[in-house]
Design a protein around this ligand. Structure first.
Ligand SMILES: [Zn+2]
Ligand SMILES: [Zn+2]
Length: 453
């Protein structure tokens, strides 16, 4: 018998935190933070004190009150006494915070397993955003590559890469007791340049004839499907750059390497230089050892690194952080962009709008190529108004093009029909009941509830 307990990821998009118990083995699949974490109780400066660890989070049942799981520091002000952990391991699907965000609470002796690229991305983001990305201290982090096998007691975990909106994403095929196999998809899609990764995962999962499949369903909604692929995004970006009579601004999530490649290639095809910031340069630099074919931000002819005007006003190395200085030889500033606006595509985001005052764009275009939430959500109307005011002030034309990091309904159905699990458990979705339309034996998990197979 296998038991799953859903401390997160049930009835919500994200927040995966799933305890899998099989005979005497106890492992977690992901240990993430929900996207709306704490929003019912905390606001602006009303926030839990990090020094108090889990005390305040237990008060509102925001983190499960489970014994023998957390580290002594996190338990210090709680009424749970520290005991050695009884969890054998945590298996991570990928680095997004809704899958790793609460790792920092865990006892440091619990072994973690993650993809080699996942570890590199977490390390790189930790260097750049020390206060934001912190998975805590862990004494035993095992990294794997797609196809590796990890033995744990009587179980065998086989991670297989999948395509998602970030590199280093994996699903798992898990051999449990009594020759029962379990499939855990993580987050995946199959409409980008790495579709073959997901298809390989689907093949491996199908071969296992699983008794049960935990399947993400971010885009499983009752609405009609609109599906864009990464190659359609690339074509649209290229068309906008070709038609533009000025500077083109690009706004996308930096770790979306497929999107970076789409803009980089489109700029190159149109004879323009792609200008990125020092953070993106640092990310490319650190991921180059893991992802072949990424351009070298120090020497690539089609890339330049933007340096903002700083204290000395002379663009000298003392003005910048140590990690930024190695990109100074490939520097470009507002002056070059101002003088030759049609020759560049500039990576930007909301917080960098101030550069427009220096660049003084003329006839420019702004391509918003990230989650629709920013432009359509109800909770950020103020920010959106500020963005629109800036674009209007500089007479910049706004364009939108994006495709999701998650499989659409047709691809979810394709995966499920190929894998043919006996039981289907929808996770990472707000519409689990929709899965009943494509599988006859769906068990919908409840938050903090258990399912036994
Ligand atoms: Zn997710
Ligand atoms: Zn994700």
């Amino acid at each position: 018998m296998t038991r799953f307990t859903f401390y997160g990821g049930a009835g919500e998009i994200g927040g995966n935190k799933i305890l899998l118990e099989d005979k005497d083995a106890r492992v977690y699949l992901d240990f993430g933070q929900s996207f709306n974490f704490g929003s019912d109780y905390f606001y602006d400066f009303l926030q839990p004190r990090s020094v108090n660890g889990l005390e305040c989070l237990f008060e509102f049942d925001l983190v499960p009150r489970v014994q023998r799981l957390y580290n002594p520091g996190s338990l210090r002000f709680t009424n749970i006494a520290y005991e050695k952990p009884d969890v054998d391991a945590v298996f991570i699907s990928h680095h997004h915070s809704d899958h790793v965000g609460h790792l920092g609470f865990l006892d440091e002796d619990i072994p973690l397993y993650m993809g080699h690229a996942t570890q590199k991305i977490i390390e790189t983001y930790g260097d750049l955003y020390r206060d934001l990305v912190d998975i805590g201290v862990h004494n035993n982090v095992g990294t794997f590559r797609s196809g590796d096998k990890i033995e744990l007691k009587h179980m065998l975990f086989r991670p297989v890469h999948v395509e998602h909106s970030t590199p280093g994403a994996y699903g798992y095929v898990i051999e449990a007791a009594d020759d029962q196999n379990i499939v855990f998809t993580g987050d995946f899609r199959r409409h980008g340049p790495k579709q073959e990764y997901t298809d390989e995962f689907i093949r491996e999962a199908a071969k296992a004839h699983p008794c049960c499949m935990l399947c993400e369903g971010t885009r499983m909604t009752p609405d009609p499907e609109t599906q864009y692929s990464e190659s359609q995004v690339y074509e649209k970006v290229k068309g906008i750059i070709q038609d533009s009579k000025g500077l083109v601004f690009a706004n996308f999530a930096m770790i979306n390497i497929d999107r970076f490649n789409s803009f980089y290639k489109a700029a190159e095809e149109c004879g323009r230089t792609f200008v990125i910031d020092t953070k993106m340069a640092y990310i490319l630099d650190s991921l180059r050892e893991k992802i072949p074919d990424l351009p070298d931000p120090r020497t690539d002819e089609n890339l330049k690194i933007y340096f903002r005007l700083a204290k000395s006003c002379r663009f000298c190395d003392k003005d910048y952080y140590v990690y930024e200085r190695k990109y100074l030889p490939n520097m470009v500033t507002y002056k070059e962009l101002n003088n030759a606006q049609k020759e560049y595509v500039l990576l930007t985001n909301f917080n960098k709008l101030m550069e427009l005052v220096y660049i003084q764009p003329r006839n420019a275009d702004y391509i918003y190529s990230s989650s629709e939430h920013f432009l359509e959500g109800e909770d950020n109307e103020d920010m959106r108004t500020v963005l629109y005011n800036w674009l209007s002030h500089f007479k910049i034309k706004l364009h939108k093009t994006h495709c999701s990091g998650h499989a659409g309904k047709a691809d979810l159905e394709y995966a499920i029909k190929k894998i043919k699990p006996d039981v289907l458990i929808p996770i990472h979705t707000q519409n689990p009941e929709e899965f009943r339309k494509i599988h006859e034996n769906v068990i919908v998990p409840d938050k903090w509830g258990s399912i036994e197979i």
